[in-house]
Design a protein around this ligand. Structure first.
Ligand SMILES: Nc1ncnc2c1ncn2[C@@H]1O[C@H](COP(=O)(O)OP(=O)(O)OP(=O)(O)O)[C@@H](O)[C@H]1O
Ligand SMILES: [Mg+2]
Length: 209
């Protein structure tokens, strides 16, 4: 079965350059940022879950990153955070936009295959952006001019074949408040394994008996 990745031609530009272009587009760059190493797909989904759990509806999530950077994996986690089954999320390769009814509506868009503003218009991008659904856009940097000023940017980059780096930035006041909630929740998640450490001595005692 041909994979999605093999269907796409390699693009000459790096995801880092795309991301930088998006961030520079704003006159009000966020002060806060979340930067995290994600060493597995489940960690990418976990970050998505934290983002999804923090959403209230109407937010725009601009996702950037090279082919296979983990954008769809992140959206699966976002879906889970909106009380949707993560496996219901598939890459909107040909349909270009998928709509889901979660705790709040989620629209998942992939702009990779769009080349003109007219094509973006044809999928109703403007209407989605003006609505009350959460709109998660893969390859958001293809049409930076279409993005609202207030948006959360998630830039995913390959650190190694098995590891990704996530950089989350907020553009605009609403997204800044959202990012503050996400950072708090993500820090709590990252601290969680350390908090479970004291369980180990008990297990050793039990096996010594
Ligand atoms: N943090 C991670 N570490 C290792 N592998 C990951 C990580 N996150 C995602 N992956 C894996 O990378 C592959 C590509 O993920 P995904 O399809 O989400 O990327 P994508 O950015 O949506 O790609 P595309 O540009 O084709 O839409 C998948 O096999 C996924 O499991
Ligand atoms: Mg994808």
């Amino acid at each position: 079965m041909p994979s999605r990745l093999s269907n796409k031609p390699r693009r000459p530009t790096s995801d880092t350059a795309h991301g930088a272009r998006l961030s520079k587009a704003s006159r009000h760059p966020s002060v806060e940022r979340l930067e995290s190493v994600l060493s597995s797909r489940s960690q990418t989904e976990h970050l998505g879950h934290v983002i999804g759990s923090s959403l209230t509806g109407g937010e725009v999530l601009a996702l950037t990153g090279a082919l296979g950077a983990g954008k769809t994996a992140l959206v699966r986690g976002i879906a889970a955070g909106l009380d949707l089954p993560p496996e219901s999320v598939s890459s909107p390769t040909f349909v270009l936009a998928h709509e889901y009814e979660g705790r709040v509506p989620l629209v998942h868009i992939d702009l990779y295959r769009l080349h003109t503003a007219a094509e973006a218009e044809s999928i109703g991008l403007d209407d989605y952006l003006a609505g009350s659904a959460v709109v998660a856009i893969e390859w958001a940097d293809r049409f930076p001019g279409w993005l609202p000023a207030d948006r959360l940017e998630v830039q995913l980059t390959h650190r190694s074949p098995a590891t990704r780096n996530a950089l989350v930035l907020a553009q605009g006041p609403r997204s800044s408040a959202l990012l503050t909630r996400i950072i708090r929740a993500w820090q709590a998640v990252r601290r969680a394994p350390i908090a479970r450490e004291p369980a180990r001595p008990d297990r050793r005692k039990a096996s010594a008996r």
